[in-house]
Design a protein around this ligand. Structure first.
Ligand code: PLP
Length: 371
C-alpha cells in the first residue's frame, strides 16, 4: 500500500514559507509587543484592502468573531437569528451563549448553503439578524439575503470562516454584509499557527463597537464603556498570517485549479455527487466535499487505501443535543439527507496531480465496492 496522504497539507506550505514566517515571527520577538503590536494593524490594513471592507478587526478566533459581531449588534436574550443547521457548531453556539434563539432554515440540496427562499417565512418580530454560512468556501445567495434583511430591518452576519478569498459577483467574501466573520484556524484557506480570526464591516459605529468589545469594552484605557471580552488576536499569529499572505494569491489560484480538476475527474465517476457552485461566484474549497451513499463503508475503504477523509458535518445542529430544542417542527430534511452523505476529500494548494488521481481512483473503487 502506498503512503498515506495528508488531508490538508500544511507541511509543504510551511516548507515553502519557512524563511518568511520565521522573519515575521522574529520581528515580533525582537520588538516584544506580543499583544496589539504593529503587525495587528498591518494585517488588518492588508485584509481590509483585500476584501474591500472599510474596517477589519482581528480577533482571537472565528468563534470570537461571531460572538463580538452579535455583541456589537446588541443581541438580547430572546432575540432570534436565522441561520443554517448545516454548519460547525460555533455558528449557533454564539447565538445561544448570548441568550438568543437560532432559527434554523434548511439548505439548498445542491450547494449545501442556506436556502434564501426559506428565510422570509422564518422572520418574526423577534428577528434580529440573518447569519448565512459560506460553507466549504462558497458564499450563499447574499444579494437575496441582504435584500430581505433590508426590507425587515435586520443585520446580516456572513459566517465566512471557510471562505476568506472567495468571490461573489465580483465582490469578496467578508465584505458583503453588515459583518463578515472569518477564521484563521490552521486548516482554513488562510490559517495561522493557533487560533485567530477577523471581523469585517463598512459601518464605522459597529467597527468601533467591535474594537471596544475585543478589549473588555474599553473605549479608553480602563474606561469600560460596555461589556466586552478578551478577544484579541496575538501579534505572533498576525505575523504568521502576514507571512502566509505572500503566497495566498498563488494558493487561491491553485485551489481553483485543483477544485476544477476534481470536478472534471469526478464527472466520469458513477455514484459520487458533487456540491454545486453557482456560476456567479466561486469556492475557495476550504473543503472539497462530495456526496456518497454508504458513506461509512466508502470512508473505511479509502482509509485502507491511505486516503484520509472527513465529514463536514455528520449531524445538522438541529439534531445535536445542545441545539435540538431549537429545531423547527418540520425539521430540515435536506440538511439531514446531505449530512448522511457528505464526505470531504484531501484538499490543499499543494495537492499534486498524482495524489489527486490517486484519491479519485480510490474513491471510484470504494464507491463501486460498497454498492
Ligand atoms: C462555519 C464555521 N464557523 C465558525 C468556525 C469557528 O472558527 P474558529 O475555529 O476559528 O473558532 C468554524 C471553524 O471551524 C467554521 O467552520
Amino acid at each position: 500500500m502506498s503512503a498515506k496522504l495528508e488531508f490538508i497539507d500544511l507541511k509543504t506550505q510551511y516548507a515553502a514559507l519557512k524563511d518568511r514566517i520565521a522573519q515575521r515571527m522574529q520581528a515580533v520577538l525582537d520588538h516584544g509587543q506580543y499583544i496589539m503590536g504593529p503587525e495587528v494593524k498591518e494585517l488588518e490594513d492588508q485584509l481590509a484592502a483585500r476584501t474591500g471592507a472599510r474596517h477589519c478587526i482581528t480577533v482571537a478566533s472565528g468563534t470570537e468573531a461571531l460572538l463580538i459581531a452579535l455583541m456589537a449588534l446588541d443581541l438580547k436574550p430572546g432575540d432570534e437569528v436565522i441561520t443554517t443547521p448545516f454548519t460547525f457548531a460555533a455558528t449557533a453556539e454564539m447565538i445561544v451563549l448570548l441568550g438568543g434563539k437560532p432559527v434554523f432554515v434548511d439548505i439548498e440540496a445542491d450547494t449545501c448553503n442556506i436556502d434564501a427562499r426559506g428565510i422570509e417565512d422564518a422572520i418574526t418580530p423577534r428577528s434580529k439578524a440573518i447569519m448565512p454560512v459560506s460553507l466549504y468556501g462558497q458564499v450563499a445567495d447574499m444579494d437575496e439575503i441582504n435584500a430581505l434583511a433590508a426590507r425587515h430591518g435586520l443585520a446580516v452576519i456572513e459566517d465566512a470562516a471557510q471562505s476568506f478569498g472567495a468571490v461573489y459577483k465580483g465582490r469578496r467574501s467578508c465584505a458583503l454584509s453588515t459583518f463578515g466573520a472569518t477564521s484563521f484556524f490552521p486548516s482554513k484557506p488562510l490559517g495561522c499557527y493557533g487560533d485567530g480570526g477577523a471581523l469585517f464591516t463598512d459601518d464605522d459605529r459597529l467597527a468601533q463597537a467591535a474594537r471596544e468589545i475585543r478589549v473588555h469594552g474599553q473605549s479608553a484605557r480602563y474606561t469600560h464603556t460596555r461589556l466586552g471580552v478578551g478577544g484579541r488576536m496575538d501579534t505572533l499569529q498576525c505575523a504568521v498570517v502576514l507571512g502566509k499572505l505572500e503566497r495566498f494569491d498563488w494558493e487561491l489560484q491553485r485551489r481553483a485549479e485543483i477544485g476544477a480538476r476534481y470536478e472534471s475527474l469526478l464527472s466520469d465517476v458513477r455514484g459520487v455527487g458533487r456540491v454545486a457552485v453557482r456560476a456567479d461566484r466561486n469556492s475557495v474549497w476550504a473543503q472539497y466535499t462530495v456526496l456518497v451513499d454508504r458513506r461509512a463503508r466508502v470512508q473505511e475503504l479509502l482509509k485502507e487505501a491511505g486516503i484520509p477523509t472527513a465529514v463536514h458535518y455528520p449531524k445538522p445542529l438541529d439534531q445535536q443535543p445542545a441545539y435540538a430544542r431549537f429545531a423547527a417542527a418540520s425539521g430540515c430534511p435536506r440538511s439531514t439527507h446531505n449530512a448522511e452523505r457528505v464526505l470531504s476529500l484531501p484538499m490543499s494548494a499543494d495537492l499534486t496531480e498524482a495524489d489527486q488521481d490517486r484519491v479519485i481512483a480510490a474513491l471510484a473503487q470504494a464507491v463501486s465496492a460498497s454498492a
